[in-house]
Design a protein around this ligand. Structure first.
Ligand code: CP
Ligand code: NVA
Length: 314
């Protein structure tokens, strides 16, 4: 596996390897501080980022390399140079490319035309690096025996909901997306892929529009923003109304299991998708989760550059 383009390309063994190395990088960030010595990693983003950008740059530095951050408007790509030509040029200078953008097909093409590893740092339909940080946090709290546990995403059927279902399926977990039906439901094609993975992994994938049934006895309640980067402002009022039953409140948390956690990829909007007392309360693990963005991206870079990941075609 040359690239990390989509969550579904990871096998269970790949995830286990990435998580165990990330746990080591959490203890000792400089454990492999020559892995990228004299090498550069391009980080190209056409959408804003706080965590992914800073954790990627830090991860490259901790591996002994130099990150080169490129804003969306800074490449000739924006002036009509092709993805194919851009991919070949970056491959000549850098040892990996981390990209955040809108269309998944752009990321797929960059992967196809590059000779270096390409890492998806969020598209409109997926966010694989986030899910590794999420699962490392889940592991730290619940260990490896997750039988009988339910992991619930609440809100918009967006990139995060997709990655949540797919990664949960890979891990053999019981995963749920509680979203409105219709316009803001997860893509049925992605749900079908997740169900197919779960059929082989022993996991269970559920999509529901009942937030209370989903929250009942859940081990994790997970939130994301209701307006994603690139969403149309003209949808805002209608979307807020449709999503309001899915806000993670104290009341929903009370329905979850006694040892449940609140998780959020961040950035958060207190008072929209989550009550302030929940995200800032004792069940919330958001800071550890955000910390693991660095440890897991460092692990992804380390293993992709070495060619250690096998990948999986579902
Ligand atoms: N969770 C996440 O991807 O955050 P950023 O948008 O700040 O990178
Ligand atoms: N769904 C959000 C995730 C941010 C990390 C977005 O795409 O903006």
């Amino acid at each position: 596996m040359k690239d990390l383009l989509r969550t579904e390309h990871l096998s269970r063994a790949d995830v286990e390897l990435l998580l165990s190395t990330a746990a080591e990088f959490a203890e000792n960030p400089l454990r492999s501080n020559t892995a990228l010595a004299n090498k550069t990693v391009a980080i190209y983003m056409t959408k804003p980022s706080t965590r992914t950008r800073l954790s990627s740059e830090t991860a490259v530095a901790h591996l002994g390399g130099t990150p080169i951050f490129i804003r969306g408007d800074e490449l000739q790509l924006g002036r009509g140079e092709t993805i194919e030509d851009t991919a070949k040029i970056i491959s000549g200078y850098c040892s990996a490319l981390i990209i955040r953008t809108f269309a998944q097909s752009d990321v797929d093409q960059l992967g196809a035309y590059s000779t270096i590893p390409v890492i998806n740092a969020l598209t409109d339909v997926d966010h694989p690096t986030q899910l590794l940080a999420d699962w490392l946090t889940i592991r730290e709290n619940f260990g490896t025996d997750i039988s009988g546990r339910k992991f619930v995403y609440m809100g918009d059927g967006n990139n995060m909901s997709h990655a949540w279902l797919i990664m949960g399926a890979i891990m053999g977990a019981h995963v749920v997306a509680a979203t409105p039906s219709g316009k803001w439901a997860p893509d049925p094609v992605v749900v079908a892929i997740a169900k197919n993975i779960a059929a082989n992994s022993g996991g269970k994938v559920e999509v529901t529009n009942d937030p209370e049934a989903a929250a009942k006895d859940a081990s994790v309640l997970y939130a994301d923003v209701w307006m994603s980067m690139g969403d149309s402002e003209s949808d805002r009022a209608e979307k807020m109304r449709a999503l309001s039953p899915y806000a993670i409140t104290e009341n929903l948390m009370k329905m979850s299991s006694k040892d449940s956690l609140f998780m959020h990829c961040l950035p958060a909007h207190r008072g929209e998708e989550v009550e302030a007392s929940v995200i800032d309360g004792p069940r919330s693990v958001i800071w550890r989760e955000a910390y693991h963005r660095r440890t897991t991206i460092q692990s992804i870079l380390y293993h992709l550059v070495r060619g250690d990941l096998k990948g999986y075609t579902h």
